[in-house]
Design a protein around this ligand. Structure first.
Ligand SMILES: C[S@@+](CC[C@H](N)C(=O)[O-])C[C@H]1O[C@@H](n2cnc3c(N)ncnc32)[C@H](O)[C@@H]1O
Length: 257
């Protein structure tokens, strides 16, 4: 039976691949590189190819690049919109497994960061299998997440003694009150949703393009650094055409060790 691996490759630097990820890559016959339309797509494709070239002998594997549909924004509520987009993308992946893998081969998708964190690949493979038209085994290989890199770069733990950690999106951060912020980690924030806390006593640890040569790190009292972050975000987006940032909002706690 064919087997499909979802290999977490970390968030940018090829050094972030685990030994397990590298060993798995070495037994893959065909890598499926999905190409999104729009900002950053060429850069992401380039970074994935760089990972393959760095760890694998050329000629020992095949690459199939496939264009995935653009998400249709604005028509449906957000969750519905994502569901439709994932179903369309799953159809592309199903086509690749069916048409590009010979019997008994191993295929792989290189997943940004880790497949368990704000990533749809696991659910898409499950959706394909549920459809029943094709059958295959699958396995997820964990990768380093953007959150781990952010914490390491800022040299902070994600929580202080006995505290909880919330991981959420810019969209959902809008629902949080200042009192609910202890350690809130935010991904997928195209709104700069941290702005709503600018008059509070909250600290921010912000990072963009983590693990790449364009990495930017800023930390401090949100009210003191917010203008710098806004400026850097807008300049970086203009320069590169896309921006990926992650941050931790943290209430100051004088009692911390
Ligand atoms: C669709 S989620 C995927 C997260 C990924 N699975 C992970 O484990 O990090 C994409 C979001 O992850 C964060 N992200 C991923 N890579 C990043 C990087 N190199 N620098 C900063 N943020 C990153 C950003 O918040 C981005 O909007």
């Amino acid at each position: 039976m064919n087997k499909v691996y979802l290999i977490g490759i970390g968030p940018g630097d090829p050094d972030y691949l685990t030994v397990q990820a590298i060993n798995t890559m070495r037994k893959i016959d065909v890598f499926f590189l999905l190409e999104k339309e729009g900002e950053g797509c060429k850069d992401f494709l380039k970074m994935r190819k760089k990972v393959l070239e760095r760890y694998l002998e050329s000629g020992k594997y095949r690459i199939v690049v496939a264009r995935i549909p653009k998400r249709k924004k604005g028509g449906n509520p957000y969750v519905e919109e994502i569901k439709v987009w994932r179903q369309e993308t799953a159809a592309v992946i199903a086509g690749l497994i069916k048409n590009e893998m010979k019997e008994g081969e191993n295929g792989a998708l290189l997943v940004w960061g880790d497949p368990s964190l704000y990533d749809g690949h696991l659910e898409m493979l499950q959706h394909i299998l549920k459809g029943g038209a094709i059958n295959f085994e699958y396995e997820a290989i964990p990768g380093i997440t953007s959150i781990q890199v952010l914490a390491a770069k800022h040299k902070i733990p994600l929580n202080r003694i006995g505290e909880s950690i919330v991981i959420t999106t810019g969209r959902k951060l809008k629902e949080y009150s200042t009192d609910e912020v202890t350690n809130v980690i935010v991904l997928l924030d195209s709104y700069s949703a941290f702005k709503r806390f600018q008059d509070t006593n909250i600290d921010i640890y912000w990072g963009s393009y983590l693990g790449t040569e364009d990495e930017i790190l800023i930390s401090g009292k949100l009210k003191d650094v917010i203008d710098d972050i806004k400026k850097l975000k807008s300049e970086a987006k203009k320069k590169k055409g896309w921006l990926m940032d992650t941050y931790i909002l943290r209430r100051s706690n004088k009692k911390s060790v």
